[in-house]
Design a binder for this molecule. Structure first.
Ligand code: GLC
Length: 434
């Protein structure tokens, strides 16, 4: 392992053990409530967006309640949008007036978030948008995403991109200097020409490492959510990041480098179909799917960063809280099969998945079977089997009709295997003999 990769391995140790985090997309866009891209998708001019800035007043913002919800769901870290593409800052930046402290609420929302989550023992990260649709020096006309992209009158003459880059570096410096230890910095995102050195990414990554040597960086100074960049190579660029960030999907076979070795990765996934609050979007994923997706990530050596989009009052939607509660209920009994676990030595079974930590193999049974569940591990290799949720013995028996399969282990739940004790995912802890 070379030095760059060794350092990455050290930095991401806690991150990969944590496996489950909360993403929080919150900003002015919670008022129009049509998602965080609303300014771009509807090509809203600045003057029609500014009223939301004047109006913003999340009276029910209670980051302690958010932190409790994350903790109860079993999440070990959280990442909040300190600035999204619309340029609005949730922190008290000296470099702009377009910030939460200048709205009616007058609060540094980032600082309160950090205090509350740290108090619950949750690691903290900040998302920072590289795009900025508010800054006058960011390209307008002809840019791929800018709300004014189709307006020749918003020509880029006189816009000085280097001034924007200075602003971007200045704000990142503020975040990394004024807010204590940050565990993650989540930059978003590169596209086309707007990538890498266009952001002066070498300088930026060096500054981040200088100010916060242990900070974990994502890979989007180099790429967008659809590709991975040099993180998969033997010689990752200095801004290649510490983990890959597949978006709204779980990579079919996890993420590996060019030699097939696992690299750190995290799938970020929404609970409904939007990151920012969308009032009309009730297409929420059931807890069962969330649990199974988390297990899928872990079984492929990855993390799940699950998003919530608080509303204009500062509340996480009730539907999201309900799902988090259910996930938390499952995690209460089964989190040992998640934290610190990863890909198993045994191939994926037909009825579900395995996760593994040392000599503990966790059989995640998700499909009902006729009579016994068949495990492709020889019975002599298994010391004992326990239902993870309550620690009760799972007897390993050789049913009369399975004698022809001596190298397969069979178990049932008290003589049967349907219905499963937990319809979302019944976890059996198999302790292997040394
Ligand atoms: C995207 C979107 C964005 C969201 C992010 C999360 O790149 O632009 O709105 O914040 O993905 O991964």
């Amino acid at each position: 392992m070379n030095d760059i990769i060794e350092a990455r391995t050290q930095r991401t140790k806690w991150f990969l053990e944590s496996r489950f985090g909360m993403f929080i997309h919150w900003g002015l866009y919670s008022i129009p409530a049509r998602g965080e891209w609303v300014r771009s998708t509807e090509q809203i001019p600045e003057e029609d967006y500014l009223p939301f800035f004047k109006e913003f007043d999340p009276v029910n913002y209670d980051p302690k309640a958010w932190a409790k919800a994350a903790k109860e769901a079993g999440m070990k870290y959280a990442v909040l949008t300190s600035k999204h593409h619309d340029g609005f800052c949730l922190f008290d930046s000296k470099l702009t007036d377009f910030k939460s402290t200048n709205t009616k609420c007058g609060r540094d929302l980032v600082r309160e978030f950090l205090d509350a989550f740290r108090a619950e023992g949750i690691k903290v990260g900040l998302y920072y948008s590289l795009l900025d649709w508010h800054h006058p020096d960011y390209p307008h006309y002809g840019d791929t995403n800018h709300p004014m992209r189709n307006h020749p009158e918003c020509s880029n003459e006189g816009r000085d991109f280097s001034r924007y880059v200075e602003y971007l570096h200045g704000q990142v410096r503020e975040l990394l200097t004024n807010y204590g230890k940050l565990d993650i910095m989540w930059f978003d995102f590169s596209y086309g020409e707007m990538s890498g050195e266009k952001w002066e990414a070498t300088k930026l990554a060096k500054m981040a490492r200088e100010l916060q040597p242990w900070i974990v960086l994502d890979n989007r100074l180099e790429v967008g959510g659809e590709s991975y960049g040099s993180i998969t190579s033997d010689a990752p660029s200095i801004y290649a990041g510490d983990f890959a960030s597949p978006e709204q999907m779980i990579p079919p076979a996890g993420m590996t480098d060019i030699h097939g070795n696992s690299i750190p990765w995290e799938s970020c996934i929404t609970l409904n179909d939007h990151w920012g609050y969308c009032a009309a979007d009730h297409h929420y994923k059931p807890a069962k799917l969330v649990i199974r997706s988390l297990v899928e990530c872990v079984s492929k050596n990855g993390n799940l960063l699950l998003n919530v989009g608080p509303n204009a009052k500062g509340e996480i939607p009730e539907e999201s809280l309900e799902i988090l509660k259910e996930v938390g209920h499952w995690m209460k009994g089964n989190s040992e099969s998640v934290y610190g676990c990863g890909i198993s030595d045994f191939p994926k079974p037909e009825w579900g998945r395995y996760t593994q930590k040392g000599n503990k193999v966790y059989a995640h049974v998700m499909e009902e079977c006729i009579n016994a569940v068949a495990v492709d591990i020889a019975p002599e290799r298994i010391e004992k089997a326990r239902l993870l949720a309550d620690g009760s013995e799972i007897r390993i028996d050789k049913p009369w009709n399975a004698k022809a399969f001596p190298t397969t282990t069979f178990f049932t739940f008290g003589g049967r295997s349907f219905p499963l004790p937990d319809a979302a995912d019944t976890v059996v802890e198999l302790t292997l003999k040394d």
